[in-house]
Design a protein around this ligand. Structure first.
Ligand code: NAD
Length: 547
């Protein structure tokens, strides 16, 4: 078994002085690794159904109303019971975060980065356990769960180093006769509102970026995945986070979430989720409340309707694999998922046949048993995706799937579905479905393919499979997405290598995991001091201390 000790001795177990590298992937093909995962699943199963508290300023709080998180593969199984924060908890959470801000904002960047490094170490030690929670709570198979946990570790390691880099930054020029400084200082108290689909990595990334810059946070996890957030919060505490730096508050989005967004002392909102909610937050944050002293900052990462262009000069095997992995990995429940394949007329029929054959080989069942395709996240998503499939049946030709996949445990399973011959302006071609549904669209030449790829209101990810340098170069210029991939799938962004965030209605292009991300959680203070105005003795002393 790949024990915790072995995991921490991997090269990715970084010290803060080592340069960043992405966390190494586990090999579930190894019997020992598989056994570790099975043991973690068995251990976590014994802990399902436990109750968790709100934690505000370190105080444990219970509410009458609860949020019950269930296993989508087995809806009768309760994963965790959580308190439900409502409007009455907003003020307490804000005041706890404000109180913590007074001291946390003055701690050094080194101390704040150290908290992230320690937390990364704890997540790494408990990697299999974290994977198991993700499998039970949102239905991720082993590899998908591990990718989520790996990205979590990467965000912690990356943002810790970025905070140290920002702390060492200064003005590019020293004006003669002055001492010039540029310091990136925190903003204040922020609301962090993550989605359920990367409930560990995205929740951690937004929270870690905020606190490592000296801000404090009211964290409202998704109602579909509060348990993994509670486990992560306990690791922050174990790593030594002072009370009130993160306040753990599961609650209804429309009530508690919107109330913290509207609070006059909320300085910023870091949100990842749907376009509709993102726009609502944008609008609410723009309205100055009585007593508000600043313009709220919003970091909004929203939905996608992502295309892969398949040209006749591509390597067909790679294109089939790339489209299927991007469309059906985690059942298409990724903002980066390919939901439209735009295929050149010359290879269209062959490509559709190849897609159908490949999808027929997908196995479906309980993600705890590591089937490739598990359930979708909840009943509402299940019903909405099936409704879109019905719309798709009228808009095209079903060549794979097209219905629910009945299962003895009554999980929310839907067959991987491909609908061919879809018009570029059909509803299933333009609207985000967020499930295992791929529309295949025929293109007539590369100009047409690019025009179709750019015809949605979104602009998150996109890919092209082609052997032509000229087409790849045109795609670099003309395929308007925040994350473009050439001859590879459009999912699986790696922290550091693929800074992530979309154009247009996909969000504010915040580029998580990139070199500019932390700037969104800071404000830059420029300080110019006229030389020669303090006593010579003090200047000498300062110079000795390197100030
Ligand atoms: P969602 O918009 O329904 O919910 C996201 C979060 O917002 C949840 O925590 C929810 O409780 C909260 N919320 C809901 N209503 C609110 C309100 N009125 N005020 C404040 N908060 C509110 O999204 P979801 O179903 O959790 O996630 C799926 C969506 O997220 C998809 O659209 C997907 O494309 C998107 N997503 C985007 C990215 C990205 O990086 N661009 C990454 C992952 C997911």
């Amino acid at each position: 078994m790949a024990t915790a000790t072995e995991l921490t001795s991997r090269p990715a177990a970084l010290s803060e002085h080592a340069p960043f590298v992405n966390e190494a992937f586990l090999d579930f093909g190894e019997a020992a690794v598989r056994r570790s995962m099975q043991e973690a699943l068995a251990q976590v199963k014994d802990r399902l159904g436990k109750e968790y508290n709100l934690v505000i300023g370190g105080r444990r709080i219970q509410t009458e109303a609860k949020i019950v998180s269930i296993n989508p593969a087995r809806p009768a199984e309760v994963v965790g019971v959580h308190q439900r924060a409502d409007e009455r908890h907003v003020e307490g959470a804000m005041q706890a975060a404000q109180a913590a801000f007074a001291t946390w904002s003055r701690t050094t960047a080194q101390e704040r980065a150290a908290l992230l490094f320690r937390t990364a170490g704890l997540v790494r030690l408990r990697k299999f356990e974290m994977c198991a929670w993700l499998t039970y709570e949102v239905g991720k198979n082993w590899a998908e769960a591990e990718a989520d946990v790996g990205e979590t570790i990467d965000f912690l390691e990356f943002y810790a180093r970025e905070a140290l880099r920002l702390d060492a930054a200064t003005t590019p020029i020293q004006f003669p006769g002055e001492r010039n400084l540029l310091r990136y200082i925190p903003l204040g108290v922020g609301a962090v509102i993550p989605p359920w689909n990367f409930p560990l990595a995205i929740m951690t990334g937004m929270t870690a970026a905020a606190i490592v810059c000296g801000n404090t946070v009211i964290l409202k996890p998704s109602g579909d995945a509060p348990t993994i957030a509670a486990i992560f919060f306990s690791l922050l505490e174990e790593a030594g986070m002072p009370d009130g730096v993160v306040n753990f508050c599961p609650g209804a989005g429309a009530k508690f979430g919107s109330a913290i967004v509207a609070h006059p002392q909320t300085r910023f909102i870091a949100f990842t989720g749907s376009k509709a909610v993102g726009l609502e937050i944008h609008e609410s944050a723009a309205k100055a409340q009585p007593g508000q002293k600043f313009i709220k900052r919003t970091v909004l990462e929203m939905g996608g309707k992502d295309s892969i262009i398949v040209e006749s000069d591509c390597k067909m095997d790679a294109a089939v694999e790339g489209v299927v992995a991007s469309a059906f990995g985690f059942n298409g429940q990724k903002c980066s998922a390919c939901s439209r394949a735009i295929v050149d007329v010359a290879i269209y029929d062959t490509f559709c046949d190849r897609l159908r054959e490949r999808v027929a080989a997908i196995t479906q069942g309980d993600p705890a048993e590591n089937f490739y395709a598990g359930p979708v996240v909840n009943k509402a998503a299940y019903e909405q995706i099936l409704a879109y499939i019905e719309i798709g049946k009228a808009e095209g030709r079903v060549i794979a799937g097209g219905k629910a996949f009945p299962h003895t445990d009554n999980g929310y399973y839907i067959e991987p579905t491909i609908i061919a011959d879809v018009a570029p302006t059909a509803r299933i071609s333009l609207e985000e479905i967020f499930g295992p549904v791929l529309a295949v669209i025929k293109s007539n030449g590369f100009d047409d393919a690019l025009a179709i790829a750019n015809n949605t209101e979104y602009g998150l990810t996109g890919a092209i499979y082609s052997g032509s340098r000229q087409k790849l170069d045109r795609a670099r210029e003309e395929f308007h997405v925040g994350n473009l991939y050439l001859n590879r799938k459009c999912t699986g962004a790696m922290v550091g290598a693929h800074p992530f965030g979309g154009f247009n209605m996909s969000g504010t292009d915040s580029k998580a995991g990139g070199p500019d991300y932390l700037l969104l959680f800071t404000q830059a203070k420029s300080i110019a001091e006229k030389a020669g105005m303090v006593s010579a003795r003090e200047e000498e002393q300062e110079q000795r201390m390197g100030m």
